[in-house]
Design a protein around this ligand. Structure first.
Ligand code: ADP
Ligand code: MG
Ligand code: MG
Length: 912
C-alpha cells in the first residue's frame, strides 16, 4: 500500500506526534476541535526519513503537496504564485519532541516580483509588502540556501545608518524596497543563480531544507546530549500553513500566552503581545511587548475571544498550554499550542487546582508531575525574578541555589566557612581529601567532571547545591582566580550557583527558602493513598528524623549507628574501646557508651513514634574511627620534639638561679604528661597497623565485627531495647527493628539473635511490659541473596543494601568506578546508567527477585525493603513496586520524590 505522506490539518491524527510531530499533531487537533487555525497541512516524519535515506523526496510527494496547496487556494480564495490575491505560506519544522537547534521557520513563502505586486495592490500597503519580502528573502536565503545572516545584515545596517534610524520601524517602503533588491543580489552572488521565482520551487527547496536540518550538527548534538533516541523522535515533519498577518495595522497583533502563570501556577491570563507585528518580533525582543492584561483595555472584543481560546485549549488538552496567536484585521488565529513547561511549585499548584476544577482526576494530577522535580521544592532556590544572565553553565549536579565567596581550596573553605562566612568551593575537580571544605561550603563548583564525579556525588549526599563540569570556567588555583571569557573571578568575589539548572552567576542573587507547601502536602497525601510501597527515610539523628517526618517519611529505614560514634564527645570513648587490650578494658569503654547510645535511640524513637525505626548494628571497619597511619607518625614525631623541648627547658630553668620557682616555670606540660600522650599515640599506631587490611570494605566489618567482639553488638542491642523499654514506660508507642549488616550465613544471624533473646529475657523482667521489636538482616552480599530462605528463619525482615550489593554484583568499588571509568562507560553507552544511582534492574534486579521469592517462600509475611541510594530514584522505585517490596528508604530530601514515584509506579503498573 502506498504511504500517505501528507495530511491536511483537518484530517491528521492529533494524537500521532511521532508521525506528525508535536506542532503538526496539535495544529490538526486544534483545527478539528473548531479553533481558528489558518488552513494548512503536515508532511510526515516518514517522508523525512524517506528523503534522508535516498537523498531525494519520495516520488509523487510534490504532486500531493501541489494538491494540498490547491485545497488551500480553494479554502482561502487566494492563488499560490498568483498575481492579484497571492497565497503566502509559512514552512515550519516540528518533531515528536520539541527540539531547539532545528531549523528556523520560513515565513511569507510564495513571494516573488509578481505576487509582491499583488500583495501591494491587495493590502494597499507598500511598506508592509516590502517588509514581508525582505524578511522572506533573508530567511529563505539563510535556511534553504545556507547563506549567513551577516551577508544580509550588512546591507540592512548601511541603509539604517544612512537614514539615521536604529530600529526597522523607522524605515519606509522605499528603504525596504532597496533592501529587498540588495538581498536578491546577495542571493545571486552567494549561490551563483538568481533567487528562485517559481513559488513551487521555493516550496520544494524549503521542504528539503527542513528535512535536512534533522541531520544538522546542532540537532544531532542536541539529541545526543538529551538522550533522544529514534524511538522517541525519528525525523521532523514539515508544517505548511497559510500566512496570517499581525502587521497589517493597529487592528492587528501577535502574541504568546500561557493558560496559567508558569511561575506561580496561578489561573490567570498570562502572556505578551505586540500590536502591528509579526510573530517572531515578540520573541526577538526588538520591541518590548505588552502584558496580555493590557489587551483587555486595548482590544476588549479580541481579548474576550482570547479568553475563550484559552479556556477551550485547557478544557480540551486538560493540561496547561503554551500557545501562539496572531490577530489579522480583527480576526484571532491560533498558530501553535503545546504543553506548558513550569517550575515544580507551579506544577504542584496547577495539579491541585485542576482537580478542584474537575478538569483532571487525582490520578492524572499525580502522573503529570515528574517526581524528580519535587526535589527543587526542598532546597533554597534562586529568585526567578532576578534579571541576571549566567556567565557559565555546567551540569546541574545537585539541586538548590547557593551564594557565597569564591574560595579555591578546601582548607580555606573550611576555615572561612567555620568562621561563619558563606563560601562556595571552586575547584577544577574535587577529591576525597576536600571533604572538610564541602561541609563548610554553601555550594560546590567544578570545571571538570560529570554528574557522577566526586563533587557531584558527595554534594548530593550532603544535599548541597553543586554545579559540576562548568567547562567555560578556567580555574587557576595557583593564581587564586578563575577566568570566564573576559571576566576574572578572584578569591573572595561573590558568586551564585544554581545546582538545579547548572547556571553560574557573578555576584549575589537572592534565594528563596524551600517551600513544602500545603498544596504539596495534599498532593503527596493523594500519592500515599494510591501507593503500595511505604516510603521510609535514612536518618541517623533525631534532627534528621524530624526533617524526614516533615517530608512524610513513614519510618526510618536505616539508622547508621556509627554516625553516632563519630560525634566529638563519643569518639574518644570509641577509640578507648578499640585500643582495649583486654575484654575488661573494652567492657569499661562500652559501659560508658551504653547510656549515650540509649539516649540517642530514645530520642529517635520518640520523634518517630509510632513509626518503625530500623537500627543497623555497627558496620564499618574499626580503623575508620582512628587517625590515619601517616597522621599518627607525624604526631608522634612532633610529640618527641616537644618532649625534647621540655627537657631543654628544664635544663635552662635549672641553670638560671631562682627560675624554677617562678610562676612561668609551672606553666607547661610535664615531660611525663607528654610521654604518656606519646605512648598512647604509639599504641594507636600499633593498632592502626594491626587493623590494616588490604581491602577494608571486604574485610573485618559488619556482622564479622559483631561475631569477633560480641560485647559491642551486645551493648548496642541493650541500648536499643532499654530505650524501647523506657519509651514504653513513658507511654510512647515505639517499634524498633534491629538490623544486622553484611550477613552471609544464617549462622551469623543466629548468634546475634541469641544476644537479642538473652537481652530481652533479662530486660522484660525489669521492664515490666512486653517490648515490641523486630529482628532482621541486610541483604548486601551475593551469598545472602542465594541463602535467603535460611536467613528468613531468624530474620523477620530483609533490607537490600544496594550500595554494597551493587559493588558485589559488578565486582568494582564505587569510588574507583565513579572516578575512573564509569563516566566513560555511560557516555559510550556500555552501561546505560550509573548503577549506584539507578538500580541495575537487569542484573542485580534478578538477584533481588530471587531473594524475595525464596525468602517469602520460607516466611510468607517477610517484610522487604531497600535502603541504598537507589531507593529514592523513580525508575528504581518502579522496579521495587513491581518486585513486591514493602518499602523503600532514602535520604530525607528524596522522600517526597519517592512518595510520588511510588504512586506513579502503582498507577502505571499495567504499562510494564
Ligand atoms: P518556533 O518553533 O520557533 O516557535 P514557529 O513555526 O512556531 O517556530 O514560527 C515562528 C514564528 O512565526 C512564531 O511566532 C509563529 O507564530 C509565526 N508563524 C508561523 N507560521 C505562521 C503563519 N502561518 N502566519 C503567521 N505567523 C506564523
Ligand atoms: Mg512556535
Ligand atoms: Mg552496606
Amino acid at each position: 500500500m502506498k504511504k500517505n505522506f501528507v495530511y491536511a490539518f483537518a484530517d491528521g491524527d492529533g494524537h500521532n506526534k511521532k508521525l506528525l510531530g508535536g506542532k503538526g499533531a496539535n495544529l490538526c487537533e486544534m483545527t478539528q476541535i473548531g479553533l481558528n487555525v489558518p488552513p494548512g497541512f503536515v508532511i510526515t516524519t516518514e517522508a523525512c526519513r524517506a528523503y534522508l535515506a535516498k537523498d531525494s523526496l519520495p516520488p509523487g510527494l510534490m504532486d500531493t503537496v501541489g494538491d494540498e496547496i490547491g485545497k488551500l487556494e480553494l479554502a482561502t480564495g487566494k492563488t499560490f504564485g498568483g498575481g492579484s490575491n497571492p497565497l503566502l505560506v509559512s514552512v515550519r519544522s516540528g518533531s515528536a519532541l520539541s527540539m531547539p537547534g532545528m531549523m528556523d521557520t520560513i515565513l511569507n513563502l510564495g513571494l516573488n516580483e509578481d505576487t509582491l505586486a499583488g500583495l501591494i495592490e491587495q493590502t494597499g500597503d507598500e511598506r508592509f509588502a516590502y517588509d514581508a519580502y525582505r524578511r522572506f528573502i533573508q530567511l529563505f536565503g539563510k535556511v534553504a540556501l545556507g547563506i549567513d545572516d551577516d551577508k544580509f545584515d550588512m546591507h540592512f545596517e548601511v541603509v539604517k545608518q544612512r537614514v539615521g534610524v536604529k530600529a526597522d520601524i523607522g524605515l519606509d517602503a522605499a528603504n525596504l524596497r532597496e533592501i529587498s533588491e540588495k538581498f536578491l543580489e546577495v542571493v545571486h552572488r552567494e549561490t551563483g543563480s538568481p533567487f528562485p521565482r517559481d513559488v513551487h520551487e521555493q516550496l520544494r527547496l524549503a521542504i528539503e531544507a527542513v528535512f535536512r536540518s534533522w541531520m544538522g550538527k546542532r540537532a544531532v548534538d542536541y539529541r545526543r546530549e538529551f538522550h533522544i533516541t529514534p524511538d522517541m523522535a525519528n525525523g521532523t515533519a514539515v508544517n505548511v500553513c497559510t500566512m496570517v498577518f499581525g502587521n497589517l495595522g493597529d487592528d492587528c497583533a501577535t502574541g504568546v500566552g500561557f493558560t496559567r502563570n508558569p511561575g506561580t501556577g496561578e489561573r490567570e491570563m498570562f502572556g505578551e503581545y505586540l500590536t502591528n507585528a509579526q510573530g517572531e518580533d515578540v520573541v526577538a525582543g526588538i520591541r518590548t511587548p505588552k502584558a496580555l492584561a493590557q489587551m483587555e483595555v486595548e482590544m476588549p472584543q479580541l481579548y474576550t475571544q482570547l479568553v475563550a481560546l484559552r479556556d477551550k485549549l485547557e478544557s480540551h488538552y486538560k493540561e496547561v498550554q503554551d500557545y501562539e496567536f496572531t490577530i489579522e484585521k480583527g480576526t484571532l488565529y491560533c498558530l501553535q499550542t503545546r504543553n506548558g513547561k513550569m517550575n515544580a511549585g507551579a506544577l504542584v499548584k496547577t495539579s491541585i487546582d485542576m482537580v478542584d476544577e474537575n478538569l483532571i482526576s487525582r490520578e492524572q494530577a499525580l502522573l503529570r508531575i515528574d517526581p524528580e522535580y519535587l526535589e527543587q521544592l526542598l532546597h533554597p532556590r534562586l529568585d526567578p525574578n532576578t534579571p541576571v544572565k549566567p556567565v557559565a553553565t555546567g551540569l546541574p549536579a545537585s539541586p538548590g541555589g547557593a551564594c557565597g565567596k569564591c574560595v579555591f581550596d578546601a582548607d580555606l573553605a573550611h576555615k572561612l566557612g567555620n568562621s561563619g562566612e558563606a563560601v562556595i568551593l571552586v575547584r577544577k575537580e574535587t577529591r576525597p581529601e576536600d571533604i572538610h571544605g564541602f561541609f563548610a561550603a554553601e555550594g560546590i563548583l567544578t570545571s571538570r567532571g560529570g554528574k557522577t564525579s566526586h563533587a557531584a556525588v558527595v554534594a548530593r549526599g550532603m544535599g548541597k547545591p553543586c554545579v559540576a563540569g562548568a567547562e567555560g570556567i578556567t580555574v587557576d588555583v595557583n593564581r587564586r582566580r578563575a577566568v570566564v571569557g573576559e571576566q576574572v573571578i578572584r578569591e573572595g568575589d561573590i558568586i551564585t550557583l544554581d545546582g538545579s539548572t547548572g547556571d553560574v552567576y557573578i555576584g549575589a542573587i537572592p534565594t528563596l527558602p524551600p517551600q513544602f507547601s500545603a498544596d504539596l502536602k495534599t498532593l503527596l497525601g493523594w500519592a500515599d493513598e494510591v501507593a503500595d510501597l511505604r516510603v521510609m527515610a535514612n536518618a541517623d539523628t533525631p534532627e534528621a528524623a524530624s526533617q524526614a517526618l516533615e517530608y512524610g517519611a513513614m519510618g526510618i529505614g536505616l539508622c547508621r549507628t556509627e554516625r553516632m560514634f563519630n560525634a566529638s564527645d563519643r569518639l574518644p570513648i570509641v577509640v578507648d574501646m578499640i585500643l582495649a587490650d583486654s575484654a575488661e578494658d573494652r567492657q569499661a569503654a562500652l559501659d560508658q557508651l551504653l547510656p549515650i547510645q540509649r539516649e540517642d535511640f530514645f530520642q529517635l524513637f520518640k520523634v518517630m513514634s509510632p513509626n518503625p525505626v530500623i537500627v543497623r548494628l555497627l558496620d564499618p571497619p574499626m580503623h575508620e574511627f582512628l587517625p590515619t597511619e601517616s597522621d599518627l607518625v607525624k604526631q608522634i614525631r612532633n610529640l618527641g620534639i616537644y618532649r625534647d623541648v621540655i627537657r631543654g627547658r628544664q635544663i635552662a630553668l635549672a641553670s638560671i638561679p631562682g627560675a624554677l620557682d617562678s610562676p612561668e616555670a609551672k606553666l607547661s606540660l610535664s615531660e611525663e604528661q607528654v610521654s604518656e600522650a606519646r605512648t598512647k599515640k604509639r599504641r594507636m599506631l600499633q593498632k592502626v597497623r594491626d587493623l590494616e587490611e588490604t581491602n577494608p570494605m571486604l574485610g573485618h566489618r559488619g556482622v564479622r565485627l559483631g561475631i569477633t567482639y560480641p560485647e559491642i553488638y551486645a551493648m548496642q542491642i541493650r541500648a536499643i531495647l532499654e530505650a524501647a523499654c523506657e519509651c514504653g514506660k513513658q507511654g510512647i508507642d515505639v517499634s524498633p527493628e534491629i538490623m544486622v549488616p553484611q550477613v552471609i550465613t544464617s549462622q551469623e544471624l543466629g548468634r546475634v539473635r541469641t544476644i537479642v533473646d538473652e537481652t530481652i529475657a533479662r530486660l522484660e523482667g525489669e521492664c515490666g511490659h512486653l517490648i515490641k521489636y523486630k529482628f532482621g538482616t541486610m541483604i548486601e552480599t551475593v551469598r545472602a541473596c542465594t541463602r535467603a530462605p535460611k536467613l528468613a528463619i531468624d530474620a523477620e525482615f530483609f533490607s537490600f543494601g544496594t550500595n554494597d550489593l551493587t559493588q558485589a554484583v559488578f565486582s568494582f568499588s564505587r569510588e574507583d568506578a565513579e572516578n575512573k571509568f564509569l563516566p566513560m562507560y555511560n557516555t559510550q553507552g556500555i552501561l546505560q546508567d550509573n548503577p549506584f544511582e539507578v538500580l541495575d534492574t537487569e542484573g542485580l534486579g534478578q538477584l533481588i527477585e530471587l531473594a524475595i521469592s525464596r525468602g517469602r517462600a520460607a516466611r510468607p509475611d517477610l517484610e522487604i525493603g531497600i535502603c541504598g541510594e537507589q531507593g529514592g530514584h523513580p525508575e528504581s522505585i518502579r522496579f521495587c513496586h513491581a518486585a513486591g517490596l514493602n518499602y523503600v528508604s532514602c535520604s530525607a530530601p528524596r522522600v517526597p520524590v519517592a512518595r510520588l514515584a511510588a504512586a506513579a509506579a502503582k498507577l502505571r503498573e499495567r504499562e510494564y
